[in-house]
Design a binder for this molecule. Structure first.
Ligand code: HEM
Length: 500
């Protein structure tokens, strides 16, 4: 019968029939939860819209928020995603209903397939295991010092080498600030986790950095989990590149762990891996349980979440400094007044350098490197801003919307460090609505490390150099490029030493 039917109609009619059938079936099957959002096609959802956004989705999604309001939905292929905007709503979801929203959609095929081998780690973990790993990582980061050097010393050593690298390139246009920042920040994580650092021109190191960059510029797990038939063209090749990068990095981490297993000495804890081995052996002794595979994931989490984010923020910071030489000069003047030129800037100087700190806070507020939180998942139905968010829905907090809200940050597109300084006391003012590290139980555990790195690297560079555009005619682009983080578009600068 079906054969007979199709033999009587031409191709166009058949296609129109199929399209109408798919549309109606999708319309019927779409739950009427009233959450507004752009029209979505059956099966592929809003993918054509996302493909059209290219690397500007951090800007285009703001337009959707303007159109549909503080709670809207999009379909990433078959996956429904609810985006929550505005400080009050994000706070209500991630803090007030924090336990309900603190799950991750770790059933996504891309996450699940890798987790079967390496575990879910911190970023994708849930429940007790996630809590345990997160606590362990936080405690270890707090304790550094674990090995021979304090965290401050490790970062200062990197800042010093970065200063030398900039000094060696004085007078030449520099167009790889991001690469330089990534090398330094990656070395801090190397030092903390593996107990050693690399010279910036080491081949393995350069490859590792390039591959992390690949992972960050690549599609996130939601997109990488799309069904095979959606993964076409450039998306297919970028998913493939990202997977190959993760495979190489996993092997790289595995080698470091194997080396540590061989040389482990319980009386001489050198770094994060040693701490972990110690904890694991104690655990195995207590209950005979082995959790070796989690170590891969946790270290990958720290590298991937902890390198690109901080390096990207520092890259944005120098971009703003060459656009705003008067602000750079004010930072320099405060450093000269408080620290002088005779010694490096240290963590203990931070309180006395509020303008420098406010400048970094303003860089974070305006650049929004994490424009969204990572994907969360609800565990129960919950009301947010008058909408029912159903159980097991993927939700993301649109953090940028808090930072660009003129109610909290007047003239939000203006770069103005003073908004973080109290008029009367001259000290840093805390704004609840400043949420670059997100909120609630899933908020970034690396906040303190990231802030320490940004402060020490930035202030020591500003103390030593004047940064400026290579040519006064250089037009700088502040719109950003979307990846997992929002990166600054490539730019060039020159440095002049402040010291004779
Ligand atoms: C400027 C730098 C950084 C920014 C802006 C940043 C921002 C964020 C954001 C927005 C999240 C998602 C939170 C959510 O889903 O609600 C996150 C998660 C995370 N970050 Fe960061 N981060 C930075 C640096 C770091 C560093 C240095 C580390 C560690 C070395 C780190 C480790 C993590 C981890 C492990 C998670 C997952 C937490 C969990 O799922 O429980 N981050 N970060």
């Amino acid at each position: 019968m079906a054969f007979l039917f199709f033999s009587f109609i031409d191709m166009t009619t058949a296609l129109v029939f199929i399209a109408v059938f798919l549309f109606v079936s999708h319309w019927i099957s779409t739950p009427t939860d009233q959450i507004p959002g752009p029209f979505a096609l059956p099966f592929i959802g809003n993918l054509p819209m996302f493909f059209g956004m290219r690397q500007r989705s951090h800007i285009e999604l703001l337009k959707l928020k303007e159109k549909y309001g503080d709670v809207f939905r999009v379909y990433v292929g078959p996956y429904k995603l609810i985006i929550i905007s505005g400080y009050d709503n994000i706070h209500q979801a991630f803090v007030k209903h924090g336990l309900n929203f603190s799950h991750r959609p770790n059933w996504l095929p891309d996450v699940k397939s890798r987790a079967e081998i390496y575990g879910y780690g911190i970023v994708w973990g849930d429940g007790d295991e996630w809590r345990r790993l997160r606590r362990f990582a936080l405690q270890s980061m707090r304790d550094f010092g674990v090995g021979k050097k304090s965290l401050e010393e490790i970062i200062l050593e990197e800042a010093k080498l970065l200063v030398e690298e900039f000094a060696a390139r004085e007078g030449q246009p520099i167009n790889d600030v991001k690469r330089m920042m990534t090398s330094s920040i990656s070395n801090v994580i190397h030092h903390v986790t593996f107990g050693f650092r690399y010279p910036h021109d080491d081949e393995t190191f350069l490859r590792v950095i390039k591959l992390f960059d690949e992972v960050f510029k690549g599609p996130g797990p939601l997109v990488a989990s799309l069904p095979k038939w959606c993964q076409i063209g450039r998306l297919k090749s970028s998913i493939k590149r990202s997977r190959e990068a993760i495979e190489f990095l996993t092997e790289y981490v595995a080698e470091q762990i194997a080396d540590h297993e061989k040389t482990y000495d319980g009386n001489n804890i050198r770094d994060f891996i040693d701490l972990y081995i110690q904890a694991q052996r104690a655990e195995a002794k207590d209950n005979g349980k082995q959790t070796v595979h989690h170590l891969f994931r946790v270290i990958l989490d720290l590298f991937s979440a902890g390198t690109e984010t901080t390096a990207t923020s520092l890259d944005w910071a120098l971009l703003y400094m060459i656009e705003k030489p008067e602000i750079q000069q004010k930072c320099f003047n405060q450093i000269v007044k408080v620290v002088g030129l005779g010694r490096e800037v240290r963590l203990s100087d931070r309180k006395a350098l509020p303008y420098v700190e406010a400048t970094l806070l303003e860089v974070q507020r305006i650049s929004n490197i994490a424009s969204m939180s990572l994907p969360h998942m609800t565990n129960e139905d919950v009301q947010i801003a008058g909408y029912c968010i159903p159980k097991h829905t993927i939700v993301m907090g649109f953090l940028t919307t808090s930072h660009l809200d003129p109610k909290y940050f007047p003239e939000p597109r203006q770069f103005r460090p003073e908004r973080f300084i109290d008029d009367v006391t001259g000290t840093i003012t805390q704004h609840d609505q400043f949420i670059p590290f997100s909120l609630g139980p899933r908020a970034c555990p690396g906040e303190s490390l990231a802030k320490t790195e940004m402060f020490l690297v930035f202030s020591n560079l500003i103390q030593k150099f004047r940064f400026s555009k290579v040519s006064v005619d250089d037009v700088l682009d502040f719109s950003g490029i979307t990846g997992i983080t929002t990166c600054a578009s490539p730019y060039r600068l020159k440095v002049e030493s402040r010291h004779e």
